[in-house]
Design a protein around this ligand. Sequence first.
Ligand SMILES: [Zn+2]
Length: 423
Amino acid sequence: MTRSDRVLANVDAAADEIVDFTRELIRVPTVNPPGDLYTECAELIGRRLADCGFETRYFPAEGRPEHTTRHPRVNVVGHRSGRAARPLVHLNGHFDVVPAGNGWTIDPFAGVVRDGKIYGRGSCDMKAGIAAALYATEAIRRAGIELNGSIEISGTVDEESGGFAGVAWLADRGHIGASRTDYVIIPEPLYVDRICIGHRGVYWFELTTHGRIAHGSMPFHGVSAIEHMAVVLDRIRRELMPRIAARSTAMPVEPPGARHATLNINGIDGGQPVGGIQTPCVADRCRAVLDRRFLIEEGFEATRAEIVELLDRAAADVPELRYEIRDLMVVHPVRTPDDSPLIGVLDRGLRRVLGRSGGVIASPGTYDHKHVTRIGGVTNCVAYGPGILDLAHQPDEWCGIDDLVNATKVMALALLDLTGTPS
Ligand SMILES: [Zn+2]
């Protein structure tokens, strides 16, 4: 038996433990918002890391406004030294989950296993990924192999709300950074046979139109902010939407519909609250929140300028149309370099474990890759993990046990290769 054969055999032998640990994680409903039970979940991961030979440290996100007594933002990082400090491979998983929502036929937080699938909110996104990362390292240890490099595993908070108290916080303080971290793998659910090399950009903004209040029986004395918002949204729909839909990226974004730039109107609010007490007034204010996903080829500056230009033109054409735009969040696109060793190493692992490789993909939405690369400066970062992207955030979310075990194997082989450990 080669050393890598022994590692793979140890993953198989640990299959029940991997499944059980995933279920344990699902049973801690770390729902975000608001960020429930983060300390408990960090400690659950920390205890298992310690059992598996990791030195474990907890990092509450001191200084972040969302880190409160009621909802502390606690991250956990385990470090296991090999023969050398470098290369250092960091495996990162977020343990927050989105709310369960409606439509479940199974208890979302019971960790039910049925027909080879683990069900639950956060099963694929991404508690299975955390279990896979942990047991990939454990299988190597159980095979009696000391790596020629070191490993870190982090469980972090708030990825679903931007990751500012999680990976961004750790990267900001140098815990994940180019001066010490060589490779980062994030086991997000992006299909067990695919390697994810980054994501599109996000420009999330609030648009407000300002009108002038007047009595609703004499609307001609006022200026309706709602009507002006309608003008603006109509121009966005007729002019901007077709223009951006015609643009496509060279990045292999899945699903292919997301290879184009997109815009979603997340919400709108103006005038009398619907269902509230009646106020016979002309709406003097209307607000909308918009989510523009832009391509790496477009860039942020041009994306924003195009929207401002459209708004300025509307303001010039329509008397008394006044608007204001406020940036809520900007995430720049990221892309792993084509020659990153991570891609080749994972690709080889996929061919060995699954007998096939689906190659590289890019994600339609962002994930913590952005912070690793843009704050931490680590360009050798990919997402690879168990689970089907389409099931994330859905009712009856599940992760296949086969996927979970196979992803653990691929990650274990990658750890051997990335640290230059003879396999
Ligand atoms: Zn996720």
